[in-house]
Design a binder for this molecule. Structure first.
Ligand SMILES: [Ca+2]
Length: 196
C-alpha cells in the first residue's frame, strides 16, 4: 500500500484557516510538505506550492534544473536563491496544514555554491525558528522537531518560512547562490507522552 502524502492535495491558501477536511487529511498524511523536492516546476521555473517575498530587487528564488555535474539532492531540480547584493533577504513560504497535537520531524537539505558567499537559510514554522543552516558546498542535512500544541484550526494552520540571506562576497558575476532540496515534515512515529 502506498503511503498517503499531503501533496496529493493543493496546500492551504496563505492567510486562510485550514478547513476540517484539510485537517483530517493532514492527520492521515505521512508527508506534510507539498513538493518539498521542488520537482514540480512550471515553464517559468516557479516552484508549485511555494511563494517568495522580498523587499529587494537584488535577490530571487526559483526552481532550478540542476545539471549532472552538480546534481540536486534528489530528482532533477532543487530550490535556488541567487543574490546579487550582500545582506539582501528573501522569504520562501508554504502555508502548512498540520494535525493538532502531533509532533513532527522537520528536515531539509541545503548547500551553497561557495562558502565565501556566507549564505544561510533559517527555517521557521508558525513563527518559531527551528534551525539555521549555514551549509558548505555539498548537500547538508538539517532537522528539528516541531509540535502542534493547540487543538484548533488556528494551531493547524501555520506557515513554513525559509529566510535566505547571503552576507559574503559574490562570484565573478557578483552572485551568491544557495540551494535547498527535500524539505520534509513527517509525524514522529512514537510520540513521547510526557512531552505533551
Ligand atoms: Ca529535488
Amino acid at each position: 500500500m502506498l503511503p498517503f502524502f499531503i501533496s496529493e492535495f493543493p496546500p492551504r491558501q496563505a492567510g486562510e484557516l485550514a478547513t476540517e477536511e484539510q485537517i483530517r487529511a493532514a492527520c492521515d498524511a505521512r508527508e506534510l510538505i507539498y513538493d518539498g523536492g521542488f520537482e514540480m516546476s512550471d515553464v517559468f521555473e516557479h516552484a508549485a506550492g511555494w511563494n517568495s517575498t522580498t523587499d529587494s530587487v537584488a535577490i530571487y528564488f526559483y526552481d532550478y534544473a540542476a545539471p549532472e555535474s552538480s546534481p540536486a539532492q534528489s530528482g532533477e531540480r532543487n530550490g535556488r536563491v541567487i543574490s546579487s547584493q550582500s545582506g539582501a533577504r528573501i522569504r520562501v513560504s508554504q502555508a502548512l496544514t498540520l494535525c493538532p497535537g502531533t509532533s513532527y520531524d522537520f528536515s531539509a537539505y541545503s548547500r551553497q555554491e561557495r562558502t565565501s558567499s556566507e549564505c544561510s537559510a533559517e527555517f521557521v514554522i508558525g513563527g518559531q525558528s527551528l534551525f539555521l543552516a549555514q551549509p558548505g558546498t555539498s548537500w547538508e542535512f538539517g532537522s528539528e522537531r516541531y509540535t502542534v500544541t493547540g487543538s484548533d484550526a488556528e494551531a493547524a494552520s501555520v506557515d513554513l518560512d525559509i529566510i535566505f540571506v547571503c552576507i559574503g562576497s559574490g562570484d565573478d558575476d557578483g552572485s551568491r547562490v544557495i540551494d535547498i532540496d527535500d524539505v520534509s515534515m513527517t509525524p514522529v512515529e512514537s510520540p513521547v507522552d510526557d512531552e505533551k
